[in-house]
Write a new protein. Sequence first.
Length: 92
Amino acid sequence: MTDRPTTPADRRIKLDTSRMKSSYCNVCNATSTRDEVVLNFGLNQNWDRTEGDFEIEIAHRVIMSPHAARRLRDVLDELLEGYGNRYGPLKD
């Protein structure tokens, strides 16, 4: 047998989740510059408020390159297409 070089298809990705924290967010806001995309995630707890301003606690900010944002978009598109196939289309 000969040793063959490792190809990218042979390599595995290992995710280290030892320091991961999970939190629920029901609000997302996005902005961008030429060099980065900024996603802010937060929680709206104004469930029954009919008047006045809404106060939303922003809990997480994710800053990424436009290339990484495009990959995120592609992953979300694929995920939501699968969701729609299983449970029906999301309503606006």
